[in-house]
Design a protein around this ligand. Structure first.
Ligand code: ZN
Ligand code: ZN
Length: 593
């Protein structure tokens, strides 16, 4: 019996008609989703010229009967759902019967499929069936899509550069691989392999294939649950961050979703652990009863709404912050910082060198020594096989190891040591962190007192600034300012919060008023306090090029160790970096390799 059924017309109309096939990536999306529905455990995608010339998707799924193979190209045929309510159930993967028909109408398709006995080959050109023949019996389906958009020149013109199209394909494919670690995926373009996962079912291995070994070594497992949500995944240590959000992947019930809110929560959980304009690598698998989510299906993306969002938010926040608070997060400077990312992207780039790079890929520092690339990639592969190595990294017990200062260089960095190696501390960043935590604590504390000023301060503002300021007097009073109107567009300050740094009171007051005047749209007292603490702590911290005594260094390190996050200044820069003894030995060629 035919597995594919013609969809109820009503249901078909409910599906956003929309242009399903916009670019090669959307073709690949439809075809690979079909393969997944066919229960494939291996899916290979070969492209020529970023899929514009040719896309071949081969799977080892269950294949189709002859009838299905022919019917598959008719509009509104689908094997994937029959009931309207299924549309709202995210477990169902593909859902649009029209997709294959749409692809067929703008390309030449050769479909070969078999359920294990006599196979079928269907050739279809510009939407018309050219031939239906018997084919070999390899179980599974192979779909070749050639000359995409050959009969729609306008659409063809719409395609971006080959490089951009390929980038969009690899981005989709990466996410597919992450959401299906149990399926083996291979992606090639013009014969060059771009992704190859092992289908072992281990998310960490999929992460390694997608992000490379160096990032994977810095991923840490998180998992937890509430009554309704189960979250499992990996988060990067704060030293890993990227200029775009592509590293944040949320998978809900096995499918990648885009939810700006989730991304924001994940990113905010790293606040002050990394710069705010950089983004972590976090892959989260969320499992939830489908009745608790509302899926907004659009042909090209998938957004989602959660009921009991607050539960999910606090679960994710807690998991990430807990992890950040219980680890030694001092980045270690290694001899060679080889990037698999670089490797993969440089291959993509090499293919289309004439086309300028349009998206940001390579994040990390250059290697200290450039050695033979292939060799390095090999050795990384080997070390990955020893899985314990990855897990050992996870067992750092000490939050901030003990070390003591031995001197200062460039008037800026404190050199410290212990038996493990050498630590460099950025004295400004360290002092800034110490001050930040002090100020933040005081700002949030209603019991803090105010100090009367010997000479009350009057300040004049522009009309507009004055109005904003007046509207927010209550905030300033809450911060323990004694503040009042004082003639035209002027205010009088008679007392200020006691914690303001001595000798810098006026400067600090101006900074704070400035922050109040320039309140952001999503203003909250907590946020303002955070910004005030950040700004004031930067201003008031020892600068670079300032020498300090060994005692002062020791005092600073002691204070830093007391911090909730001793590893980063409030702007997310590292306070401390570490050179392991054995890495120093390697740098000086003292030890073997
Ligand atoms: Zn600063
Ligand atoms: Zn800073």
């Amino acid at each position: 019996m035919a597995v594919i059924k013609v969809m109820d017309e009503f249901l078909a109309n409910k599906i956003a008609a929309g242009e399903v096939v916009e670019r090669p990536a959307s073709v690949i999306k439809e075809l690979t989703e079909n393969s997944i529905d066919a229960k494939a455990t291996e899916i290979k995608v070969d492209l020529q010229e970023s899929g514009t010339k040719k896309i071949q998707v081969i799977d080892n799924g269950c294949g189709m009967e002859k009838d299905d193979a022919v019917l598959a190209f008719s509009r509104h045929a689908t094997s994937k759902l029959y009931e309207e309510e299924d549309l709202y159930r995210i477990e169902t993967l593909g859902f649009r019967g029209e997709a294959l028909a749409s692809i067929a109408s703008v390309s030449k398709i050769t479909l070969k499929t078999s359920k294990g006995d006599i196979g079928t080959q269907v050739v279809i050109e510009g939407g018309r069936i050219v031939s239906v023949e018997n084919a070999d019996a390899r179980c599974g389906t192979s779909m070749i899509v050639e000359n995409l958009f050959y009969n729609t020149p306008a659409r063809l013109k719409h395609l971006k550069s080959l490089y951009t199209e390929l980038a969009s394909i690899t981005d989709y494919f990466d996410k597919l691989a992450l959401s299906h670690p149990d399926i083996r995926f291979v992606l090639t373009n013009n014969g060059t392999e771009l992704l190859n996962t092992d289908g072992s079912g281990q998310l960490l291995k999929a992460i390694k294939s997608v992000f490379g070994m160096d990032i994977t070594k810095k991923m840490r497992e998180i998992s937890g649950q509430t009554d309704d949500y189960t979250v499992f995944g990996y988060m990067s240590l704060p030293e890993v961050h990227r200029s775009n959000r592509n590293g944040m992947v949320t998978i809900v019930n096995g499918r990648v979703v885009r939810n700006a809110e989730l991304n924001r929560i994940i990113n905010d959980a790293y606040h002050t652990y990394k710069p705010d304009n950089r983004y972590p690598v976090v892959v989260l698998c969320i499992t939830v009863d489908p009745s608790l989510i509302d899926v907004n299906i659009h042909p090209t993306k998938m957004d989602i709404k959660f009921s009991k969002m607050e539960d999910l938010v606090s679960l994710i926040e807690n998991l990430i912050q807990d992890r950040l608070q219980h680890k030694n997060l001092i980045p270690q400077v290694e001899e060679v910082q080889e990037k698999k990312d670089l490797f993969k992207e440089s291959i993509v780039k090499k293919h289309y060198e004439e086309i300028p790079l349009s998206f940001d890929v390579v994040e990390e520092k250059k290697p200290l020594f450039i050695n033979d690339f292939e060799e390095k990639v090999e050795s990384k592969k080997e070390s990955f096989e020893k899985k314990e190595e990855l897990e050992d990294l996870d067992n750092e017990e000490e939050r901030m190891p003990l070390f003591y200062p031995v001197g200062q260089v460039l008037g800026t960095y404190i050199i410290c040591q212990n038996e493990l190696g050498m630590y460099l501390i950025d004295q400004h960043a360290a002092k800034e962190r110490v001050n930040y935590e002090i100020y933040k604590e005081k700002l949030g504390n209603p019991k803090e007192s105010s100090t009367a000023m010997l000479f009350p301060l009057t300040m004049e503002f522009s009309n507009q600034d004055y109005i904003i300021l007046k509207e927010n007097f209550s905030i300033l009073l809450g911060m323990h300012f004694d503040i009042q109107e004082f003639g035209l567009n002027s205010i009088l300050i008679k007392a200020h919060p006691s914690w303001l740094p001595k000798g810098y009171e006026e400067e600090a007051i101006r900074k704070i008023l400035d922050l109040v005047i320039h309140l952001e749209k999503d203003f909250s007292i907590a946020k303002l306090n955070d910004r005030v603490a950040m700004t004031v702590s930067c201003k008031m911290s020892i600068k670079a090029n300032e020498s300090i005594t060994l005692e002062e260094m020791q005092a600073l390190i002691d204070d830093l160790r007391e911090c909730k996050n001793p590893f980063h200044c409030p702007h997310g820069r590292p306070t401390t970096i570490f050179y392991a003894k054995h890495d120093l030995e390697k740098l000086f060629k003292r030890s073997g390799f």
